[in-house]
Design a protein around this ligand. Structure first.
Ligand SMILES: [Zn+2]
Length: 105
């Protein structure tokens, strides 16, 4: 399942290219934007050789860090922006894509 904005397409592409090289049998089980605008990449731990598991986890974390500064709409430099009413909602947006009245974390 893929559920995120097109601004993160390149991050996913780069990540998956590296992961395929590091652990060719890796099986992704889901890629999505989390409730707090964060990047979540799930994979089957059994599809990664034990000696590669730490490196793979580090690479996934690095992608998540990059995503936190990448507008989910356009891929430009962004930050976490949020609104708290009527309910909390958060996404990484650049200045251009930040809706009016949204705050910067
Ligand atoms: Zn943007």
């Amino acid at each position: 399942m893929r559920n995120y904005g097109r601004g993160w397409n390149q991050i996913v592409k780069d990540l998956e290219a590296d992961l395929k090289r590091m652990a060719p049998g890796i099986e992704s089980t889901g890629i999505k934007e989390g409730k707090f605008g964060d990047f979540l990449y799930y994979y089957d731990l059994n599809s990664v050789p034990p000696e590669k598991s730490e490196a793979v986890a580090r690479r996934v974390n690095r992608a998540a860090e990059v995503a936190l500064e990448t507008c989910i709409e356009c891929g430009e430099l962004g930050r976490i922006r949020y609104v708290s009413s009527p309910q909390i909602e958060a996404h990484v947006y650049c200045d251009t894509h930040t809706p009016k009245d949204w705050k910067t974390l």
